[in-house]
Design a protein around this ligand. Structure first.
Ligand SMILES: C=C(O[C@@H]1C=C(C(=O)O)C=C[C@H]1O)C(=O)O
Length: 493
């Protein structure tokens, strides 16, 4: 690593090996400054005989990541978007500079090795103390380790570094351009592209893209034979009684057919507005399939040496009358069945954090997470991270928690796989980002749908424990699915 004076932070603390070149681009934010930087990257690539990633971070004025992604939306490019309005952050990026995918139980470690391998070949410039600065790794991990042939849209695990990223954290707005610099290449075209992107992002004009087509829902159809969900809940209750497991999360899927293709980012604009406590997200693969949703559940985030996770399990409806709504909340907080269901998730998270040697601060009893359509029991969990534990290690250890899988994990997963009449794919899998400092966040992909052209598949699940009533679990999944369905209908016209 090259260390230069005048940087806002100690680069040794900031990044392990990422090279930081101290060309004062902010002061000389012109084409010459950019050319000088890219030539330095090219020299490094030539010297090492290895591709380099040049990464340029600039602080910009107000920018809305979703609106930027929407205005340059391409149906067949990798993109990633995630926003949590309540916590005041948003990030979007598109077009892969580098990408990789894996299947199998090693997928998290392979992703970690992939990112570590790139680390020493990143040459970064700009204010790297800014949130979301430097190159980001956007990632998706499906529910199961591997996907079968039916689910080719998203592999077991995938990571990509985008050509451009824009982000907001509170009142800070950041734009990052990343470019692959190959030994012997002519960097002038790269300089021109980055320069025009820099000018564009510095004063974004939100040029209106062609209006996406108006669409209507032609057909809404439950996936699988009629009555499968109720039958599966009954089977699960028998298995629980026999002692096969304590908890299992079973899900349903509904297929929508539209009369026209549906641009997923229009739906996201509704989701982030209507569900500000949730993380709204879209992960699009190169074949044009998008995995979208607004999830209340954070699997894990890491911010400057601290990790945060949570248990969310146990649900009740909402009611328009204040009194009835409060009664539902009070009953949920006192429900023996829901507290037991919740307790399984907390205990499992505690054990898995312990297996990584991490201390955890866990409140004795859950609070409420109140969403517009449902309310949940929630226990926030956090603690200091240990040297050498990466966010991907945490994701690997925690996923899937009994909030979306079951406990004991492997026994419950076997029955989910056997009974559900559709592949879960990315549903209840992970969508998120991480950076070279080890910060990042992974959301659990529930309240979600797979969208492609004129089709969408919506998913929702519910936790089954002793005492669950099949019809009530069915009703709960309908309530959960309605969040997304309303936004899909709302974005149609
Ligand atoms: C599985 C889902 O949600 C999970 C199940 C819950 C429950 O059964 O009470 C609550 C929140 C989530 O942990 C889903 O929304 O699809």
């Amino acid at each position: 690593m090259v260390r230069r004076p005048g940087l806002p932070v100690d680069p040794e603390k900031l990044v392990a090996r990422m090279e930081i070149i101290d060309i004062p681009l902010e002061g000389r934010a012109d084409m010459d400054g950019l050319r000088a930087f890219l030539s330095a990257c090219l020299d490094a690539a030539n010297e090492d005989g290895h591709d380099k990633i040049a990464s340029i971070t600039l602080s910009v004025k107000h920018i809305d990541p979703l609106a930027v992604l929407d205005s340059i939306y391409e149906g067949d490019a990798h993109h990633f978007y995630m926003e949590n309005p309540y916590r005041e952050w948003a990030v979007a990026g598109a077009e892969a500079v580098v990408s990789a995918s894996w299947n199998g139980p090693d997928r998290f470690q392979q992703a970690r090795t992939f990112a570590a391998g790139l680390d020493e070949h990143v040459i970064a410039i700009g204010d790297l103390s800014l949130p979301f600065s430097g190159p980001l790794f956007f990632a998706g991990f499906s529910f199961y380790d591997s996907v079968d042939g039916r689910e080719e849209a998203f592999p077991g695990g995938q990571v990509f570094v985008p050509q451009w990223q824009v982000a907001r954290a509170g009142d800070h707005y950041v734009a990052v351009a990343n470019a692959l610099i190959r030994p012997g290449m002519d960097v002038e075209a790269v300089a021109q592209r980055i320069w025009s992107a820099h000018r564009k992002f510095s004063a974004y004009t939100y040029d209106q893209p062609p209006r996406p087509p108006v669409y209507h829902i032609l057909e809404e159809r439950e996936v699988g034979p009629e009555g499968t969900f109720l039958k599966n809940v009954a089977l699960a209750l028998e298995a629980i009684k026999k002692g096969s497991y304590n908890k299992i999360v079973l899900s349903r899927a509904v297929d929508l057919l539209f009369d026209n293709s549906c641009q997923p980012l229009k739906i996201l604009n509704r989701l982030r507005r209507d569900y500000p406590r949730c993380s709204s997200f879209s992960l699009q693969s190169e074949n044009g399939t998008s995995f979208i949703g607004a999830t209340p559940e954070r699997l894990v985030s890491v911010d400057n040496g601290r990790y945060t996770t949570e248990a969310i399990a146990g649900s009740a409806a909402r009611d328009p009358s204040a009194g009835e709504d409060a009664r539902l909340a009070r009953d949920l907080l006192a429900s023996e069945k829901d507290l037991r269901e919740h307790g399984h998730v907390v205990e499992s998270i505690r054990r898995r954090l312990e297996s990584l040697g991490l201390e955890a601060r866990i409140p004795d009893s859950p609070g409420l997470l109140v969403l517009p359509n449902v309310q949940h029991l929630r226990t926030p969990i956090n603690g200091p991270l240990k040297e050498g534990v990466h966010i991907l290690d945490l994701a690997e250890a925690l996923h899937p928690t009994p909030a979306v899988g079951g406990t004991p994990r492997e026994d419950a997963l076997k029955d989910i796989f056997k009974w559900e009449p559709f592949p879960r794919g990315m549903f209840a899998g992970l969508t998120g980002w991480f950076d070279l400092r080890g910060n990042g966040e992974f959301a659990v992909g529930i309240r979600s749908a797979l969208v492609r052209d004129s089709r969408a598949r919506l998913f929702a699940g519910a936790g089954i424990v002793e005492g669950s009533i099949p019809e009530m679990e069915l009703r709960e999944t309908t309530l959960k699915m309605e969040a997304l369905l309303r936004c899909i209908r709302g974005a149609a016209g």
